[in-house]
Design a protein around this ligand. Sequence first.
Ligand code: HEC
Length: 124
Amino acid sequence: MQARNTGVLIGAAAGAVLIAIAPAAAADAAHGKVVFQTCAACHSDKPDAIGPSLRGVYGRKSAALEDFRYSPAMQRANLTWDDANLRAYIKDPQAKVKGNRMPFGGLSSDADIDDVIAYLKDYK
Ligand code: HEC
């Protein structure tokens, strides 16, 4: 009995590790492009766009574009848009950069977030 229970536990632990690793490994930039349509409503290349251009945003400092008027909160944020910071901001913009002016509640699906980040890496 004892031995069998241990086996089940080890099996469950291995499963949990696989689930934790899966989203990053499976990030799908093609699907990310579809998800990005939600962002593109504001993050377009038009001069009157509501949001700053996200071309080349991956690896860039926050509030780095000279031709966009960022909120004071975003100007103070002092972040580099790497995986961790993008993930937190896209999931819950107000929690990550309190008082920023992105009128967007965030994406709830972790898979969608990973996919859109995969897309942003190549969006230049
Ligand atoms: C309704 C409009 C709107 C939508 C939709 C939107 N954003 Fe934004 N976003 C903004 C605005 C406005 C800012 C500038 C915020 C500030 O200055 O406080 C911003 C800022 C950002 C920044 C910081 C850029 C920089 O140069 O520092 C990132 C990254 C970002 N958004 C990602 C996204 C992603 C990814 C999506 C889609 C999942 C998205 N946004 C959807 C309006 C939007």
